[in-house]
Ligand binder design. Sequence first.
Ligand code: UCC
Length: 559
Amino acid sequence: MSDRQPLSFIQSPPELGNEYREDWLLSAWLECALPEALLHDQLEVFDELGRRSGGEWYRLQTEDRLNEPRLEQWSPWGERVDRIELTPLWVKAKSWAAEYGLVATGYDDSLGEHARTIQFARAWLFIPSTDFYGCPLAMTDGAARILSDAGNRELAERALPHLLSRNGEDFWTSGQWMTETIGGSDVSATETTAEQDDDGRWRLTGRKWFTSAATSEMALTLARPEANPEGSRGLALFYVEPHDADGRLQNIEILRLKDKLGTRKLPTAELWLNGAPATPVAGLDRGVAAIAPMLNLTRTWNAVTACTLMRRGIALATSYAQRRRAFGKRLIDQPLHRQTLSAMNADYAAAACATLAMVGELGRVEHGRAASGPDLLRILTPMVKLGTARDAVACASETLECFGGAGYVEDTGLPQLLRDAQVLSIWEGTTNVLALDLLRALAASGIEPWLETMRARTAALDDERTRELHAIASDALDQVPGWLDHPADALEANARTIAMNMYRITALVELAGLARRSLARDGGEQRQKPLIAALHYARNRFSLGPIDTHGTGWSLTGD
Ligand code: UCC
């Protein structure tokens, strides 16, 4: 018989509710951004997604925690098969993604310029409970955009019906095979070559070092046709179907699955292309420019994912704070803990508003309704991607801390939040690469498309209750032109600070704008939340980094 004392206390775990109804920021944004009738039509789906996200899917995700994809390279009889077995949650997630039109909705012309807002609102609820299934969806979205616009009718007719299918059986996802051993950032150095065989079929040879979601039915990739020059202009964009009609890989070997810090459900693989058949998508050069629409869309998904991970962390930490008692009180009733949760909420609200504003602009650009053509979106995309990614890592770290030691213990499922979030500032362009991309965009269009939009939106903060927000945003915007007035080297050395500053201003202005629009609508306490969040953000979280005009600190780097 045990002589242990009976346990006096067992902590109840955090729980999730209906993740649409509980996400006051998302619902406030949609109420202001969508026409009433359209929102009304969508509410049932949002509500269902919110319920499944916080209920059935979250439970399955928790049960799936220890599963990982598995690569079987050889059959028992010695045949090279290179089959990847996905985790049970990922198998189901593909059907759900198709059923809810998580890619197709963005291309539904009946929704007009709002198609993207509705698509990403749905994805918002799906992503945090499906262990980065958003990654293949992001690449699929990028492929659908490219194949819709590239003018290659044969490829469009073959792949688009699958990429935009709402039926799990017909739905295809797309890979994006870019990264090679020589670089994931400097893609212009791609070593994979493309040659035509005797039948005129293009065949690709080379090693793709980091291909996410290697189970996709198609992929877009870069290779250098023989005799083409070095650099990104000598690359071409190719379409590949990895498997033949019998499901066999076509001159492709899966060398291994990557042993990553996080996103471990994602079957990211190293591939050897050994004459893999491929089709040029849009000519035989300018490959980087040709794949750029895919990059910009996956960066949009990256930002959306960052926000949804912040929201998930906050939901769990809030639930825990309502249950956990320490020093005689629930955590939620303790002023310092409340302040911590408020800061997390304010950061989330700001990141979400910057992201949803970018998504709205994407919808306008795609439907020819954007005031500055594509220029504002081109500026927003790298800036919002890099800013939200870093906010998500900070928020995940704070989430773990809200749980004390339990946040550091694997079987609570919490450490995965931090490991997963860390990828957001690395893939699809690191913070530095994206900061330089922002400079590239500013060099092309000037700062005006962004600055004028931010000034106009700040001018609209004309309510007495938003006066303080107006003053803080105006003051910040006045500083911006001076940041860009430097020689090329100094500008480059300051690119990250400039990008983060512009992101913070965008986040503040968009959140303040939501506060203003919410106040203009009738209603009770719920309508006040964006204002409370905006004031908290402006007073406690908003700060701009200094631009270094004294030199670059290179002497500190060791060279
Ligand atoms: O593949 C990866 C894993 C996939 C995982 C998917 C996750 C989805 C997340 C969803 C969350 C759930 S990771 C791969 C990571 N690698 C990258 O993202 C690449 C990072 N590097 C860059 O972005 C660089 O800036 C490069 C490669 C684009 C730089 O290329 P270049 O060739 O050195 O630079 P250039 O010469 O400036 O650009 C070439 C052309 C130019 O156009 P033209 O030829 O007309 O002058 C640029 O204006 O490409 C154009 N361009 C762009 N256009 C470059 N970037 C862009 C852009 N972002 N938008 C439009």
